[in-house]
Design a protein around this ligand. Structure first.
Ligand SMILES: CC(C)(COP(=O)(O)OP(=O)(O)OC[C@H]1O[C@@H](n2cnc3c(N)ncnc32)[C@H](O)[C@@H]1OP(=O)(O)O)[C@@H](O)C(=O)NCCC(=O)NCCS
Length: 329
């Protein structure tokens, strides 16, 4: 008899116990909290996800209790853009300790997930997992998922000091204007060769480039108050979008997020990105308690810029892609 029972959710689970037994989820901003507050904050996020996706979340239990959870969600934006049925595995966590129990749990969760995958007629699924969770990564690889990128979360604690290295160029730093959007959005064409929809060659390259261009355009429109451009001698040379999430109620912190940046492709490697990033950090230092940035690890210049600006590496993650092989009748 299979010792794992994968059940639908039945109300309020023992979230905090599960989270406490899965240390790989201790990402920023939760890292600066006490163990107890962090566990509560992560469990609350998870509970919100599950409430929004009751039909694509599965919980595993064995004789020792709740031992795992897998949560998936359809990806409407990617589906529309690429003309495929796409989804993401958003959460896959298990009680860490006994690798055999962990693997059995992941396999049982994947068995339940697979039915949903088939019923939804999915073509493509992405999963982002903590890179320390080798058991879950191995199980997904056996399922046909393939590595596509590593993501590194970096963070700076503003409460420990606000010193920054000096700037290096003479520039104007100002909020983005509609005319700037026309200038900066085309940067996308030469900016995201390292990103996953470009790296995964099963996505048509033109569509992948369009995807990042649309993403940039949407971000400029959605967050105009926190999108800034840098201007040198009257010429717009780069932009940075950031945001402050006020999570005071949930975890007593205001979290600054470095979201999206690009420098004019003809002007890279001259220190402009450094000054632009430095300014964005300075702006966030005034408004946030901690600042977080997520960088695709192979994007060395961005990674280096953030470490130069006092960011420390925290949780590394990997992204895996899965394509459903079409069988011909
Ligand atoms: C990433 C990006 C913003 C960097 O801008 P840039 O103007 O080219 O960068 P800079 O010239 O300021 O810095 C480039 C290098 O100098 C280094 N550098 C900058 N200031 C430095 C300093 N004070 N001391 C030592 N090194 C420094 C950086 O670490 C970086 O190192 P590397 O290229 O050897 O890895 C730019 O390349 C870009 O637009 N890329 C495409 C879009 C992108 O990747 N966006 C970020 C993710 S959303």
């Amino acid at each position: 008899m299979n010792p794992i029972a994968v059940t639908p959710l039945r109300g309020d689970e023992e979230w905090e116990t599960l989270v406490a037994h899965y240390p790989h989820l201790r990402t920023t901003p939760e890292l600066v909290l006490s163990d107890r507050d962090r566990t509560r904050a992560i469990a609350a996020d998870l509970r919100d996800f599950v409430a929004a996706h009751p039909d694509s979340t599965w919980v595993a239990r064995d004789e020792r209790g709740l031992c795992g959870l897998l949560g998936a969600a359809l990806a409407p934006w990617e589906s529309r853009h690429f003309g495929i049925r796409a989804a993401n595995i958003e959460h896959l966590l298990t009680v860490i300790g006994d690798p055999q129990r962990q693997r059995t749990t992941v396999d049982a969760l994947l068995l339940a997930y697979r039915q949903w995958h088939r019923a939804q007629g999915l073509d493509f699924v992405a999963a982002k997992l903590p890179s320390a969770d080798l058991v879950a990564i191995g199980a997904l690889e056996d399922e046909g998922f393939r590595y596509v990128e590593s993501l590194t979360f970096l963070f700076r604690d503003c409460r420990r000091g606000r010193m920054l290295p000096p700037r290096r160029t003479v520039y104007v730093y100002r909020q983005i204007q509609p005319t700037d959007v026309q200038v900066v959005v085309p940067y996308a064409r030469a900016s995201f060769s390292f990103a996953r929809f470009m790296a995964d060659t099963r996505f048509p390259r033109d569509q992948a480039v369009d995807f990042y261009e649309r993403w940039m355009r949407n971000m400029c429109h959605d967050l105009p108050d926190t999108a800034y451009v840098m201007e040198i001698d009257g010429r717009t040379v780069g932009f940075y979008i950031s945001r402050v999430d006020d999570l005071t109620e949930r975890m007593g912190l205001r979290v600054g997020r470095m979201i999206l940046a690009a420098i004019d492709p003809t002007l890279r490697g001259q220190g402009i990105g450094f000054d632009l990033t430095r300014n964005t950090v300075a702006w966030l230092l005034e408004k946030a308690d901690i600042i977080e940035g997520a960088v695709i690890t192979r994007n060395a210049p961005m990674f280096n810029l953030l470490t130069e600006l006092g960011f420390q590496v925290r949780v590394p993650r990997v992204t895996l892609h899965h394509w459903t092989e079409k069988t011909h009748e």
